[in-house]
Design a protein around this ligand. Sequence first.
Ligand code: GSH
Length: 260
Amino acid sequence: MLELYHGTTSVCAQKARLTLAEKGLEWKSHLMALNGDQLDPAYLKLNPNGVVPTLVHDGNVIVESTVIMHYLDDTFPTPPLMPRHPLDRTRAHLFKKLMDEYIHPACIVFTFATANRARLASLSKEQRDAQLAKAPLQRQSEYKRAGVEEGLNSPMGKEATKSFEKLLKWIEESTEKGPWLAGPDFSLADIAAIPYMVRLEMLRLSPMWDNKPGVAKWWERVKTRPSYETAITKWLRPEDIARYEKIADPWIDVSKNLAQ
Ligand SMILES: N[C@@H](CCC(=O)N[C@@H](CS)C(=O)NCC(=O)O)C(=O)O
């Protein structure tokens, strides 16, 4: 049996859900609120980093979204989600690395400067520091702190904007050969990128690809896949959508960052 510990809007969990959906796999949902339940001792035994997703397959625990995608692809090979040609495989690996090393931190900064800001910003500095200190992944706490305390118009906000701009440039270049990010077939490269595009769209930052027609066409193609509905749209609750709808328009700061 496959079980997934996940969150509705969590980008990393979306990667796992997209992979499960593309493979047509059944799985049992353990939906986390991510309001502190990720630090419960029982959950930390499964995932010592106190984050989602965690996959459990017949009692075996697999953590890290990229590792989970590969585990599922290795264990359930049909349809294959890694390209066959070595150069396409290289491209897929590069996309996954870009997401894990640059885009995920950038996403934390963007999200904690906007949709996730309210709760941490309402605490005193001491309360906020105490809360952030509890997280096993202290580097992620620093991105959250920068988002909440410094906002988008800050050195971290500018670096995050640059990272997203790099992702969009890579997508644009890839789709010139494409049609998918790592060659002729939809692959883990596409899955790794989709959740971060969902996040940009929820933050009303789609003007970032106004002058990138390849990105726009790729994004349309992504949304026609049944996995988009199964793994992304179906999980969004009205309160998730409301949290993003009520933020001040981040495009004001992001467009300034892009112009610099
Ligand atoms: N490198 C990890 C990162 C996981 C991660 O940051 N998950 C976020 C959601 S996308 C989370 O659980 N955040 C809860 C928290 O930071 O307390 C992975 O790819 O699985």
